[in-house]
Design a protein around this ligand. Sequence first.
Ligand code: GDP
Ligand code: MG
Length: 225
Amino acid sequence: MPVRLVTAASQRLALANTFSPHTAEFVAAAGSVSSIPRLAGLPEVVVTGRANVGKSTLLNAVMKRKSLVASSKKPGRTKTLTFFRIGPTPGKVVLVDAPGYGERGRPEWGELFNQYLETRAELCRVYILLNAKHGINEADKVMLRHLDEKIQSGSRWTLQAVITKADLVPLHRDTTISSIKRTIFENAPTCLPPIVTGSLKSTSTSVGVNDLRMSVMEACALALR
Ligand SMILES: Nc1nc2c(ncn2[C@@H]2O[C@H](COP(=O)(O)OP(=O)(O)O)[C@@H](O)[C@H]2O)c(=O)[nH]1
Ligand SMILES: [Mg+2]
């Protein structure tokens, strides 16, 4: 068999082994830094973004679960950092859902998130989610710059943007996505190339979820073959 096919098959196996709905589980919700659980040093990634950008929906899609992460119609519900462990026992990766930050003015990402970013040794990557339909607002820019500054001053983790709800932007308006990407790099030059996701309500039509799974594996230095 050609090497490329073997690689593709083993990658699929590695992804399926890690992101199985049967091994994904809720572990804890932390409302303060002192209650953040110790999870045997498993590598961790966190998603942040404005309320309603699609954080919970995306985490469910990545874990192949419908409602493990509570998704709420009412913005700003999650006030805690919520930890999910995935992969066969003792687990491979921890995914963390962070509170949404403010709609306008100074983003209220909170002391909890900030302290978590500064102290969590296991944190490998921060994913900032940006809504394709609504574009990037001032709160997003402030957060992008804030994360970029932390990287430039020597964080242990890397930053990657995820553009969500791309299905709500008409195809011929691809300029919208390009302009979002430009704004991301203007505000956070250290940000890794954005992953574009969309149509997450149905697994048969969803876009970008596997790209995110591969990115998580890479961020956490987990073997893809
Ligand atoms: N059209 C569309 N809607 C989405 C997508 N992802 C999430 N949503 C919707 O956006 C709303 C907010 O999602 P949620 O995951 O709760 O956002 P969170 O507040 O960031 O956790 C829900 O009504 C979701 O169904 C997507 O890819 N496409
Ligand atoms: Mg949520």
